[in-house]
Every structure is written in structure tokens, then in C-alpha cells.
Design a protein. Structure first.
Lengths: 115, 531
């Protein structure tokens, strides 16, 4: 059923599509490596160096709590950055799909999906 | 009349009205399984939060922090950061490539029957463990909260079970979604209010609050700094346990079937993305506020008082009672009840969808629906069976059964069995059917086996320990960690990779390109049903 449907292979061969994949990878891979490293550095520091992490920084508030709290803001910041770059990918995907011969139906598919 | 009971009934009444409304509006498979894919981004975001913040988060985490201070807060952090995996890696390809279940993505380019059978088995396992944990928790909690109203543990379990099955059977995904939305709004509202009451005790000064938290006087006269790490995760294995827990949270959340199915309820991948960000805003806000709930309880009521009055899970309700009186206690108790109901409804629909769509339609009947509406009918029957079985198991296990490890197990299976095969099927061209089946089997088996020989199940108790608190197996644990993630997640990946190389050639190159295009552009993805 899929093979009668949209022309996946034409899209797959487009240089624009390869460029889109590369653009996604350029953001997603470093972002993922970064958040995993940032998160596990908290767990490792708290787990193995609890007395160092107990150093008070802001009044009674210690390094451990501030580092944990920063995880929330870093996660939100990454999510916001992702929303911004992903909006560009949406535009790229829309542009390349509109190049298909059955462009009419693909464009309708996209706009339909956008409500 | 008991105020708590009145508020419970009010919530039940509202959710049943929602169910009746949803039942009139929805017909057809896409409506039943995916709410017609017409849920808006912000609505789905709130529903994801409602589906995710279980009794373990609301009641459990407040207790963990009140008893163990900072180390309890580690759960709060992990439960939010885990959503980055969902956002960056899983949500959009899943929405683009699939239809109703996690297995849709796996079956896209692999052979459908073995992969779906195994994925469905894994989904049912995760959902059942999680559900039983919630049901036992619900029974204990409701019996405690409604003390004196004649609702015992067994009755509470039956009531919760009947309600969750009713939402799903009559109202499908639309009713489940709105129950989760109502619950999330109530939970956030109650938590904000409780946080304000806590801070009012400290004249709204964070400095005053944190200095009280760093000097908590216990009943034995000792003063403890609750911001100090290491109160729970002590050497020798504590730190490793913490890291293993972190791995299970980070990789498990993106493999929880009841969370993944929520992304099929929105019109497209872009909306799925927006809904994850909404969920992250709500979930993050909630978990930051556990600071006030947990540490507030530690300073204002103290762990000795909580231990004497129902234990860790009663932390938030007891704090509410102390600060806001009986009416607020009743309100927070009703929220706790709503929390459990919304989560078990989500689990019921994901389990029954997987059974009907993956196992019944695709494994038994080769993907051909013989009569229109058959898949939905099977799902309704499955929901009924899932409910009945969970009620039965929860009652047999009884109120004293330690359910904490069941939640750990659900996350471990999701992280070790589901996530590796989802990732590899999206990103690794060489991946094949044997790899997926092997990965799911190894991830599932290793999580189960390691939990069975962990300190959650094995341990030698002194003869004075009460029967209910005794370990199930009286022997030295063979695996030192409560959380198997650190071993079982690599094993799951390894199983998938070894299975792939031993199991023959790569899967079809055509299908790989098709999936790559579909997952990344949304070309050919399932659309919202027309109005």
C-alpha cells in the first residue's frame, strides 16, 4: 500500500533531503551528548563527592542543590533552542516536499496537518 | 459526611461526565485509539504531564525528600531531564512513522509478526507492572485517606479498577486524555497552593526556608542538614545505584508505552514536538515545587511525625492538613486519587491498544481487519480483562506488598527492552528483525532477572522484622543494585546488535529509505480525521 502512495524514493534522492538530515544531526547529536553529560556529571559528583557538593554557595544553599536546579533550566533552554531550529527544518521539509510532482497533494497534506 | 469522600465523588462525577461526552463524540478506530489525532499541542502537553506524574511522583517524591533530603530530589531532576530524550530523539519520528503503538515504528521495515508479538509482550509487561504498583498504592492510600468511611483496601482497588476501565471502554482515548488534563490542572493547582502555604510559614523568604532546611532537628535531638547529599545513596553501592536509576529514567521514559501512545493523538510531528515542550514546562515546574513540598514537610512536620501517621506516602496530605486544615487535606487527597486514576487509565488504554492492534490484528490476523470495528471491540474487551486481572493481582498482593520495585522494574524494562529497539530501528540501517526480537527479549529478561536477584527481592532479615517487610527471598542479593539499568540497558543494546549480525542480512533498503523520509518529513504520515 505504501508503494502506491507518496514517492519516498524521489525525496530520499534529493540533495535537499540529505541536507535536512545533516542539519538535524548537527543539532541533535551534540545536544544529546551535552545533556547526557551534564545530567550524569550531577549524579557522579553528588554520588562520589558528596562533601564537596555540600559546600554552601548562596547562604545555606549548597553546590549540589544549585547544580540540580540548573538541570531544570538547562533542559528548558535546550527545549527552547530545539523548538527554534526545528521550525527551520519544518520549512526545509515543506519546501522539498513541494518539489514533488504530486506537489498539490503533498502541500495539501502539510497544510491540512497544520490545521 | 466525610469531606474527602465528597471531593472524591465530585472528581469521579466530573470524569464520568467527560466519559459520557467523549463516548457520544467518538466513533471509529482512530477516534478510539488516538482521539481522532485532533488533540491540540498544549492539550496533549498537559495530558502527557497528567499521564506521567503518577502517585509515585506526587506522594512518593514528597516523602522521599522529607525522609532523605537532597537525595530524594534526584528523582525530580531525572524525571524532567528524561523528556529531552523524548523531545530530541523519539517523539517526532514516532508520530510520523506510526499509527497507534510503539510497535508500528518497529514493524515499519522489519517483519511485522515476530516484532509486534515481542513488542506487544514487552508493552503488556511494562504496563502491568506499573499498573499493579499504582493499584496497590491507590488501595492503601484511599483506605487511609477515607478512614472511617467504610472503604477498605479491597474496595478501593475495585473502585479504581472499575473507573479506569469505564473511562477507556466507553470514552476511549478522548476521555482518557481529558481525565489526564483535568488531573494535571488539579495537581499543579494543588501543588502551587501547598507551596505558597509552605513559604508563608517562612515569610516568603527563600533564605529563611533554606536555612531551616539545612538545620532540621529530628525527634532524637540530632540536627541534620537536609540539603546535604548522601543521606540515601550511601557507599558502597549508593552512588552506583543513583547512576543506574538515572540511566533507567533517561532511557526509560522514552520507552514507556503509555507516554508514547500520547503522540499519536496530535495531528502531526510538529504538534507532537510542541506538546513535549508543554509537558516539560509543566513537569519541570511541578518537580521544582517538590522542593517546597518535600523539604517543607521535613522542616514543618518532620519525618518522625509522618512515619507515625501513615508513612512516606502520606507526606503531602499530612503537610496539607497541618497548613490548610481538614478541607485542604480533603482536597489534596482527592488530587492524589485523581493522579492515580489518570495514570491507570493511560496504562489501560496503552495496554489494550497494543493487544488489539499489535497482537490481535497484526499477529493473529496478519493486519487484515475482518469486520469494521473489530479492533476497537477487541481493545474494549482487552481493557476489561486488563482491569480485572490488575484488580485481582492487587488484592492478592495486598496492602503491605512493597510496590516500589515494580515501578523500578517498569522503567528498567522500558529502558532496556523498548528504547534500544526504537532507537536502532530509526537510526541503524543494518538493523533487522532478528535484532529487534533479540534486543527486546534480552532487555526484558535481563531486567527481570537482575531485579529478582537484587536487594529489592533478596535479603536476609533479622527474625524481628515484621512479615510484611521481609524480603521475598531470604538470601544474600546476587546483584547489589536496586535498579538494574546500568547492566540491563547495555545488555539490551548488545542483544539487539548481536541478534542483528547473527540473524542474517539487513532489512529491506527500500523500506529504510521510506522510513527515513517519512520519519523526517512527515510524508505519508497518519493524518487527523476530518471533522
Amino acid at each position: 500500500m505504501q508503494s502506491d502512495g507518496p514517492d519516498f524514493h524521489r525525496v530520499a534522492a534529493m540533495p535537499e533531503f540529505r541536507a535536512l538530515l545533516a542539519a538535524k544531526l548537527r543539532f541533535v547529536l551534540p545536544a544529546t551528548v551535552f545533556f547526557i553529560a551534564y545530567y550524569f556529571s550531577l549524579l557522579i559528583l553528588v554520588g562520589y563527592f558528596p562533601s564537596f557538593m555540600a559546600t554552601p554557595v548562596l547562604g545555606p544553599v549548597n553546590l549540589a542543590y544549585l547544580f540540580a536546579l540548573s538541570q531544570f533550566f538547562v533542559a528548558w533552554l535546550l527545549a527552547w533552542l530545539y523548538l527554534r531550529v526545528a521550525a527551520k527544518w519544518d520549512a526545509q521539509a515543506k519546501a522539498l516536499l513541494s518539489k514533488l510532482d504530486d506537489g498539490g497533494s503533498s502541500a495539501a497534506l502539510l497544510t491540512g496537518a497544520r490545521r | 459526611m466525610n469531606t474527602s469522600l465528597l471531593m472524591f465523588l465530585l472528581f469521579v462525577g466530573i470524569t464520568l461526565l467527560i466519559t459520557a461526552w467523549a463516548a457520544r463524540r467518538s466513533s471509529g478506530s482512530s477516534a478510539f485509539f488516538a482521539a481522532g489525532r485532533q488533540i491540540k499541542g498544549w492539550q496533549n502537553g498537559i495530558a502527557v504531564a497528567g499521564d506521567y506524574m503518577s502517585a509515585a511522583s506526587f506522594l512518593g517524591i514528597a516523602g522521599l525528600i522529607a525522609f532523605n533530603g537532597y537525595d530524594g530530589f534526584m528523582y525530580s531532576v531525572g524525571w524532567l531531564v528524561a523528556y529531552l530524550t523524548v523531545l530530541l530523539i523519539v517523539a517526532e519520528p514516532l508520530r510520523n512513522a506510526g499509527k497507534y503503538t510503539m510497535a508500528d515504528v518497529l514493524a515499519y521495515r522489519l517483519s511485522a509478526r515476530p516484532v509486534r508479538a515481542m513488542a506487544s509482550f514487552s508493552t503488556l509487561t511494562v504496563s502491568t507492572f506499573y499498573m499493579i504498583a499504582q493499584m496497590v498504592g491507590a488501595g492503601t492510600l484511599v483506605a487511609l485517606l477515607l478512614k472511617g468511611s467504610g472503604i477498605t483496601f479491597d474496595r478501593a482497588v475495585v473502585i479504581v479498577g472499575v473507573l479506569m476501565v469505564s473511562y477507556v471502554v466507553f470514552g476511549g482515548m478522548l476521555a482518557t486524555t481529558w481525565v489526564q488534563i483535568v488531573k494535571a490542572v488539579l495537581l499543579i493547582g494543588g501543588t502551587i497552593f501547598l507551596s505558597i502555604l509552605v513559604m508563608a510559614q517562612f515569610h516568603f523568604s527563600l533564605g529563611e526556608f533554606f536555612s531551616a532546611v539545612s538545620h532540621v532537628t529530628l525527634a532524637n535531638g540530632k540536627t541534620v542538614n537536609f540539603l546535604q547529599p548522601g543521606l540515601l545513596y550511601k557507599p558502597p553501592y549508593g552512588p552506583l545505584n543513583l547512576i543506574s536509576l538515572g540511566l533507567a529514567l533517561i532511557f526509560g521514559t522514552a520507552g514507556l508505552p503509555h507516554i508514547l501512545v500520547r503522540f499519536y493523538t496530535v495531528p502531526d510531528a510538529k504538534t507532537a514536538r510542541v506538546s513535549v515542550v508543554w509537558a516539560m514546562a509543566i513537569i519541570g515546574g511541578f518537580y521544582i515545587m517538590t522542593t517546597f513540598l518535600g523539604f517543607g514537610a521535613a522542616t514543618l512536620i518532620g519525618k518522625d511525625f509522618i512515619a507515625k501517621n501513615g508513612g512516606t506516602n502520606m507526606t503531602a496530605p499530612l503537610l496539607a492538613q497541618r497548613l490548610g486544615g481538614d478541607l485542604f487535606f480533603a482536597f489534596i487527597s482527592a488530587i492524589a486519587f485523581a493522579t492515580i486514576l489518570a495514570v491507570v487509565a493511560g496504562l489501560t488504554i496503552s495496554a489494550s491498544t497494543s493487544f488489539a492492534h499489535d497482537f490481535y490484528s497484526n499477529v493473529i490476523h496478519h493486519g487484515v481487519e475482518r469486520k469494521p470495528g473489530e479492533e476497537v471491540l477487541v481493545a474494549r474487551v482487552a481493557a476489561f480483562v486488563v482491569g480485572a486481572v490488575s484488580i485481582l493481582i492487587a488484592i492478592v498482593l495486598g496492602p503491605t506488598f512493597n510496590v516500589a520495585f515494580l515501578v523500578a522494574l517498569a522503567f528498567a524494562v522500558a529502558a532496556s527492552a523498548n528504547l534500544p529497539v526504537i532507537l536502532l530501528s530509526i537510526f541503524w540501517q543494518r538493523f533487522n528483525t532478528a535484532g529487534a526480537v533479540c534486543g527486546l527479549a534480552v532487555g526484558l529478561a535481563s531486567s527481570l532477572a537482575l531485579i529478582l536477584v537484587s536487594p529489592s527481592i533478596m535479603g536476609i532479615d533479622a527474625p524481628t522484622v515484621a512479615a510484611a517487610a521481609r524480603h521475598l527471598i531470604q538470601a544474600k542479593p546476587l546483584f547489589p543494585l536496586d535498579n538494574p539499568g546500568i547492566a540491563s540497558i547495555p545488555l539490551g543494546f548488545l542483544g539487539a546488535v548481536i541478534g542483528t549480525f547473527l540473524g542474517g542480512p539487513a532489512s529491506s533498503a527500500d523500506k529504510w529509505l521510506e522510513l527515513e523520509v517519512r520519519a523526517n518529513t512527515g510524508l505519508g504520515s497518519e493524518k487527523a480525521v476530518a471533522h
